[in-house]
Design a protein around this ligand. Structure first.
Ligand SMILES: [Mg+2]
Length: 179
């Protein structure tokens, strides 16, 4: 499960952070989190949207730490290309077979599409095949009776990925999906 914090909702929008966790019965629960230097994403040609910048001003101080870190671009942040390389390496370590990687994002048009745009902006190949794209937003719409138990900070990419992964697991188990 991957979750992005961004400064826009369109393909090609700027990514502030990438959070991800493996999930499923027997999965390690291995986690990934990177905060991206905002200027390096602008330099790569990713774009910011005024409405999303305004939206961030209304979020909690804990959530806004990601925006502040990315903007300051200090030692706790990575250049966009380095963050994407690290994410690809993490995916590779968790699943060596490119074709077997399943990447769940929140919306068929959101996380996976935006991260693909960032890979393209850096001149990289995406770290998974398009057949591995999965949509958590569709999954949760199928079972509105199964609620999410959110943990951590809402709009922290890693905390969101962990909460969404547990929710997706609960839904898939509720639907009798064989792991
Ligand atoms: Mg999020």
């Amino acid at each position: 499960m991957v979750d992005l914090e961004t400064l826009g909702t369109k393909p090609g929008s700027l990514i502030l952070s990438i959070g991800a966790t493996t999930f499923g019965r027997g999965a390690s629960g291995s986690k990934f989190h990177a905060v991206i230097k905002r200027q390096t994403a602008l330099d790569a040609g990713l774009t910011e949207d005024a409405a999303t910048v305004a939206w961030w001003a209304k979020q909690s101080p804990e959530a806004r730490k990601t925006l502040d870190l990315a903007t300051a671009g200090g030692t706790m942040t990575l250049a966009l290309g380095d963050a994407l390389c690290d994410f690809s390496t993490w995916l590779y370590n968790e699943c060596h077979d490119h074709k077997e990687r399943r990447v769940w994002g929140n919306g068929a048009s959101f996380d996976n599409v935006l991260i693909h745009g960032a890979y393209r902006a850096c001149g990289f190949y995406p770290a998974w095949d398009y057949t591995g794209d999965r949509c958590y937003r569709t999954l949760k719409a199928l079972r509105p009776d199964i609620r999410m138990n959110r943990t951590g900070t809402h709009h922290n990419a890693l905390d969101d990925a962990v909460s969404q992964a547990q929710h997706a697991f609960d839904i898939l188990e509720g639907m009798g999906y064989g792991w």
